[in-house]
Design a protein around this ligand. Sequence first.
Ligand SMILES: Cc1cc2nc3c(=O)[nH]c(=O)nc-3n(C[C@H](O)[C@H](O)[C@H](O)COP(=O)(O)OP(=O)(O)OC[C@H]3O[C@@H](n4cnc5c(N)ncnc54)[C@H](O)[C@@H]3O)c2cc1C
Length: 392
Amino acid sequence: MSERFEALVIGLGAMGAATVYQLAKAGVKVAGIDRHHPPHTFGSSHGDTRITRLSVGEGAQYVPIVRNSHRIWRELEAQSGESLFEQSGLLVLTSSPDFDPADQTDFTLRTIGLAQTYGIEHEVLDATQIRQRFAQFAEVHDSAVGYFEPGGGFVRPERCIDVQLKLAEQLGATLFIGEIVTEISSDEQGVSVTTNQRTLQADKLVISAGNWMGGLVGDPLDGLLKVYRQKLFWFELEPDADLVGSSPTFIFTHGKGDDSVNYGFPAQPGEGSLKVATAQYHTASSPDTLDRTVSMAEQRDMYAQQVEGRIAGVTDKVLKSAVCAYTVTPDRHFIIDEHPLLQHTLLVSACSGHGFKHSAALGEAFAQWCIRGTTDLDLSSFSLKRFEGNPS
Ligand SMILES: Cc1cc2nc3c(=O)[nH]c(=O)nc-3n(C[C@H](O)[C@H](O)[C@H](O)COP(=O)(O)OP(=O)(O)OC[C@H]3O[C@@H](n4cnc5c(N)ncnc54)[C@H](O)[C@@H]3O)c2cc1C
């Protein structure tokens, strides 16, 4: 007979690790399944650092979620003794020759607006103040505007996942690692999940399969989700650069469109590099055929387009690079909803390039859904209904 659990979680990356941990903490008999060995480098949750900020310019619906995450990262640190969340300070900056200060679609202005509405501690900086405080930004036009959130910064994704999975196991969770889920079915009694090694039964199921979500679940997600390859670069610091301890986490808009935005992290002690990246939404890929190496041409292009003349204190030498992938919905907001056909099943596609900061709180919410069918957080804006009649 196959083993029965109260809850099953497919995919133990950012979302799944948080969910399994919260379920185990609540005393639920839970099992998690992952095709790889999380934390790993094949999904969306690697690369050392992820930005977190309370004023989430992507939309007001995210503010209560990230607030809860910040609380939970600190709880996890207390329990594990690991450093997960660093409040390095966060600078969101627009410095572009064609910047229109009345353009309310500008990411920095949207971030400032949300911080004002939600009472989030912040400073608004003009060009002179940005130049004085953050000399690492070499191209600051006189019209530039900056948002500084002292409580913002970054989390360490691999450590967050590792800590939550270890704590979950200590609390009694069962983890099936290196097993691929091949089939899911449901009836009134519960769900049945088949892997390449076993079949499991459960009362509730959370599917958080990241890049693989569309392929695993099929309709309706495979028509809505696209996977986009992203590159991460660690540029060597100049020998006299004074960036360790003084550089913030940042999001830098220097023109119009996605290709004119880069983001980065504080230089870390002992690493001699500054991590800088962009997001691309031109060319879709698939998780199984993704090119996971960064070419020399891509390194040169990144330096020329994003770094040279814009970010001071780094050379064109790339000390380390990585490929990671976003799973993106048509409106770039998350999908969190019950499966329209499979019973007792919650679908979680919370990426679109900005999910990590919310993962701890979403895991807590998904555990509540498993236990009582509702969540304290309002997740209604992430429902599948918004795509009805307008699939992509
Ligand atoms: C380059 C990059 C930069 C980012 N920057 C930020 C940032 O600064 N701030 C921020 O908040 N967010 C950021 N994000 C987004 C954030 O990292 C993602 O939202 C988050 O990591 C997604 O987590 P996930 O659990 O959905 O996916 P993953 O962590 O990829 O987990 C999915 C898991 O499902 C498993 N799986 C898949 N199929 C199966 C199967 N059939 N059987 C068993 N297991 C399966 C996989 O092995 C994997 O472990 C970034 C993402 C990328 C790629």
